[in-house]
Design a protein around this ligand. Structure first.
Ligand SMILES: Cc1cc2nc3c(=O)[nH]c(=O)nc-3n(C[C@H](O)[C@H](O)[C@H](O)COP(=O)(O)O)c2cc1C
Length: 286
């Protein structure tokens, strides 16, 4: 049976993120998909060590935390709905901590490429003027864990549970849940992209490259920002044969053409680098 996994990233129980996530999951369940649920703050995650054992040895070097629990559920789930509170203009730190560990999917790219997997994200913040990174970073999390993003929701309510005071929030969350179920069952129903958004990932954040050139900061797609009828539209350059940055084909290509060869390039110069490192080994306080 099709499984939709809900990931809650708030410590508040039940906070606004959890409430909207549960509404979305309930609506998905009514469409006859199976539901799974995980609260990330109840698990323990260490920061990535930067050793790339996930790539070179096929599994993460950190064995004594709960990434395995998350990975098992993510690998099983066809759909993902992730909800997080905004702290300091973007999702709570646990979202970034766990996104950093997503290279552990590397051994599974081949299998994941054959599956139809979609995600939707829920970003809850106190104030609509103070949430510029919420959806973007949650969508990045979903892409990094191998899902195509098909919807997102931004809701604004500071106090725990306050999100329920406006019934439109729960209604919209339920719509998002139904959209995920429909996309998995029928392959249709993706949220339409608005002017100024990246068509691959809904990001509204771009690095300006000079002239009208721009790069989406979430999926690294380059293109042009073109004015049309009073709006600015992001028109991506035609993708290479691997598709945009987060497709499984592109990820495999990135692994094979960049990450794996970077090891031999490093090893060839390791002696030279080791000598240069000597003066940095002491404590800065010496
Ligand atoms: C430490 C902290 C930082 C916050 N920073 C922001 C912020 O930058 N922008 C914003 O709009 N809301 C901010 N908020 C408000 C929360 O996003 C808001 O309370 C949200 O409803 C929390 O969701 P939850 O109930 O799911 O935890 C912050 C709250 C806390 C506790």
């Amino acid at each position: 049976m099709t499984v939709v996994l809900g990931i809650c990233c708030s410590r508040r129980h039940p906070g606004n993120s959890e409430i909207l996530l549960k509404e979305a999951l309930e609506a998905a369940r009514e469409k006859e998909v199976a539901i799974d649920f995980l609260r990330l703050p109840d698990l323990r995650f260490e920061p990535c060590r930067g050793c790339l054992a996930c790539v070179y040895k096929g599994s993460c070097a950190i064995k004594n935390d709960d990434l395995g629990i998350l990975l098992e559920k993510v690998l099983q789930a066809d759909g993902l709905i992730v909800a997080a509170p905004t702290y300091l203009l973007g999702p709570a730190g646990i979202v970034k901590l766990v996104t950093d560990r997503a290279l552990t999917l590397s051994p599974h790219l081949e299998t994941l490429a054959k599956r139809h997997r979609v995600a939707a994200t829920i970003s809850v913040a106190g104030n609509s003027q103070w949430n510029p990174l919420g959806v973007e970073q949650l969508n990045l999390f979903s892409l990094a864990y191998g899902y195509r993003v098909i919807d997102y929701l931004e809701a604004y309510a500071p106090g725990p549970g306050e999100v329920l005071l406006d019934p439109a929030n729960a209604a919209r969350a339920r719509e998002l849940g139904r959209r995920v179920a429909r996309a998995l069952q029928e392959g249709t129903g993706q949220r339409p992209v608005e002017p100024g958004q990246c068509p691959h990932c809904y990001s509204r954040s771009f690095r300006l490259n000079g002239g009208d050139g721009a790069t989406c900061v979430v999926c690294n797609t380059t293109g042009r920002l073109i004015p049309e009828n009073g709006d600015l539209h992001f028109v991506p350059a035609p993708p290479g044969p691997e598709g945009h940055f987060w497709t499984m084909t592109h990820r495999r290509h990135h692994l094979e053409s960049w990450i794996i060869p970077s090891r031999d390039r490093y090893l060839a110069k390791r002696g030279q680098i080791k000598e240069m490192l000597g003066r940095y080994r002491g404590s800065s306080n010496d």
